[in-house]
Design a protein around this ligand. Structure first.
Ligand SMILES: Cc1cc2nc3c(=O)[nH]c(=O)nc-3n(C[C@H](O)[C@H](O)[C@H](O)COP(=O)(O)OP(=O)(O)OC[C@H]3O[C@@H](n4cnc5c(N)ncnc54)[C@H](O)[C@@H]3O)c2cc1C
Length: 416
């Protein structure tokens, strides 16, 4: 590759920004493009947890079984934005096929192993390299259960985690309350991941990565990518509304909007927005320091720099639909049930779009039929976790190294 032109990374969320940092450290000239400031989209408001315990893909038979209930209950942990349903049906059909196929589920399991192993190493390295230590805490993580059945439902995932060497401790209700003071009396079980790490400010993580990127010679361009100039199988420039950026190579890391860009490049990324919400509350009576997740309700309670963040739930929606703010109200009601008396007045609320592919595996690596386009999108519930790993894997592939065989399951060309 010539070094005259930049590698253009499209999308300054946590995935694109972490990828730009990694490529820069490899001695590449890198330009990061976004229509907004870095870190203002989905990466702004997540729950902050580095979820390296996530080893079972969400596209699996047990999730599939919940779909009928999901379609009925607008207050459940999984729901569908009703007006979006017709547009979502093709994605849902693909999701059903992937979930019901033992071979596809196995591909997810096999690929998450190396991805999470890389994530663990990659975040530690990036925290060091970018001086992010003040934004991260190693306080562990606690899943809590309101029924014995829900705890038993997690047995499959825990068995897999154990087989992969993830350490955790199972505690009873009193053990959970000792770990997270203020937890309600009806919690019957907890699973504590002592090595769990979280950030106390996901937005500042991206903003700091972007600052370091610029300090060390990277260029950030504000603009919306609308097209690409091609010479055969090579992209030669990235076209913005008012200018063109000559490109040595391109990385598509535009979160949920990545599918709009891959269409222009002749391949398919069937992404939907799995919308999630957060509410920030004054940190009244918060006497725990780790993220706590009430498993049946599908959300996280994370002590953060600017207060207590209650974040999560899933609402499948077509792009550009108005928020369903009752989902944010629901999060606050859940918090009051699980931690009565914890958390004060609401200070802000937010909606974000998890970029999700129907098999719940990210797309990482070289684009199909193109010589110099690479992909890093589709990270659904674990984009913060996998951001630095994605950057390292893309950098390796650009340098001519082969990716681990199991990551063929994350090939961006798998949707045609
Ligand atoms: C409620 C909630 C809780 C979550 N909790 C966690 C968690 O605890 N741990 C975890 O690992 N993950 C979590 N996630 C998931 C995680 O936040 C996402 O997977 C991640 O932020 C996706 O990052 P991204 O960089 O791919 O996308 P984004 O952050 O959405 O960034 C994409 C960027 O691309 C830009 N862009 C798009 N199109 C164009 C274009 N045409 N031209 C120029 N720029 C463009 C956008 O402006 C945007 O800045 C959570 C998500 C939600 C919603």
């Amino acid at each position: 590759m010539s070094s005259e032109n930049s590698i253009v990374v499209v999308g300054a969320g946590v995935v694109g920004t972490a990828t730009a940092r990694t490529l820069q450290r490899e001695g590449r000239r890198v330009t990061l493009v976004d229509s907004d400031e870095p870190g203002r989209a989905t990466s702004f408001g997540n729950a902050g947890f580095i979820a390296i315990d996530h080893v079972l893909p969400l596209a699996r038979p047990s999730t599939l079984k919940k779909i009928p209930q999901m379609l009925m209950d607008r207050n459940g942990p999984l729901t569908v934005h009703p007006p979006s349903l017709p547009k979502l049906l093709p994605w849902m059909a693909r999701f059903a096929l992937a979930s019901a196929s033992a071979a596809e589920v196995q591909k997810g399991v096999d690929s998450f192993g190396p991805l999470m192993a890389e994530a663990n190493i990659a975040w530690k390295a990036e925290i060091q390299a970018s001086g992010l230590g003040d934004l991260f805490r190693s306080q562990g993580m606690l899943y809590v259960y309101e029924s014995e059945q829900a705890f038993l439902d997690g047995a499959e995932e825990r068995a897999l985690q154990k087989a992969k060497g993830t350490e955790f401790e199972i505690v009873d209700g009193n053990g959970a309350r000792a770990l997270a003071p203020g937890l309600c009396a009806h919690i019957v079980r907890g699973v504590y991941y002592g090595h769990g790490m979280h950030t106390i400010n996901p937005y500042r993580v991206v903003a700091t990565l972007a600052e370091r990127f610029v300090e060390e010679g990277g260029t950030i361009v504000r603009g919306r990518v609308r097209g690409f100039a091609r010479d055969g199988q090579r992209v030669t420039a990235v076209e913005l509304t008012e200018r063109s950026l000559p490109a040595e190579a391109v990385v598509i890391a535009a979160g949920r909007a990545s599918g709009e860009l891959t269409r222009l490049l002749g391949f398919n990324a069937p992404l939907v927005a799995e919308r999630g919400y957060h509410v920030m509350l004054a940190p009244d009576n918060v006497r725990f320091t780790m993220p706590v997740s009430p498993s049946e309700r599908g959300f996280f309670i994370t002590p953060m720099q600017e207060g207590l963040r209650v974040a999560g739930t899933v609402e499948l929606a077509a792009p550009h639909q108005p928020p369903s703010w009752h989902r944010a109200d629901l999060l606050v009601r859940h918090l009051r049930d699980i931690f009565p008396g914890v958390g004060g007045a609401e200070t802000s609320r937010w909606i974000g779009e998890r970029p999700s592919l129907p098999d719940f595996r990210p797309a990482i690596g070289r684009a199909p039929r193109l010589a110099n386009v690479y992909c890093g999108y589709g990270h659904q519930h674990v984009g913060l976790t996998l951001a630095t790993a994605t950057g390292r894997l893309i950098a390796k592939q650009m340098a001519g190294e082969a990716l681990p065989e199991a990551l063929a399951a994350c090939d961006p060309g798998r949707f045609g």
